[in-house]
Design a protein around this ligand. Structure first.
Ligand SMILES: [Zn+2]
Length: 146
């Protein structure tokens, strides 16, 4: 695990622009002391920021849900297909095409340190991105077969 994460897009912790819209300043939301929450007035995506870290998606974002399955995994890529299948089994409660698109967008154009989305993720940033790639591939294939 490295101190310096390679995908940090916003090293300046004061930057509160939307990670998905061009130059849209986020609106602050009521937050606990330890975290700050924001919402984009344009795309309505919500974000959070821990003290001293960059902006990330807030819990319940599509990527956060995909990561939740592998918080304790040392090798999350190994269980990516299994994790995708778990979402496919609950497809009535999730918008899987939207989830797939959001993950693919993140992989194509990194917006944030995905490792910072949830506290205490075991795997490092590169392994979590590898997991998201495999997860998205499995999801895409399954959605095509439907
Ligand atoms: Zn936005």
């Amino acid at each position: 695990m490295t101190d310096r994460e390679p995908f940090l897009r916003y090293p300046d912790a004061m930057d509160t622009s939307c990670l998905r819209c061009e130059r849209v300043v986020l609106e602050p939301l009521p937050s606990p002391d330890s975290l700050e929450f924001f919402r984009c007035p344009q795309c309505h995506f919500e974000y959070s920021r821990q003290k001293g870290k960059g902006l990330t998606d807030r819990w319940l974002s599509p990527i956060s849900l995909a990561l939740y399955n592998v918080i304790f995994e040392v090798h999350p890529g190994d269980v990516a297909e299994q994790s995708a299948r778990a979402f496919l089994a609950r497809r009535d409660t999730h918008n899987l095409p939207r989830m797939l698109k959001d993950i693919q967008d993140e992989l194509a154009r990194p917006r944030q340190n995905v490792r910072d989305i949830l506290p205490n993720m075991v795997a490092d940033e590169a392994k979590l991105r590898d997991y998201l790639r495999r997860f998205a591939d499995a999801l895409e294939q399954a959605l095509r077969e439907v």
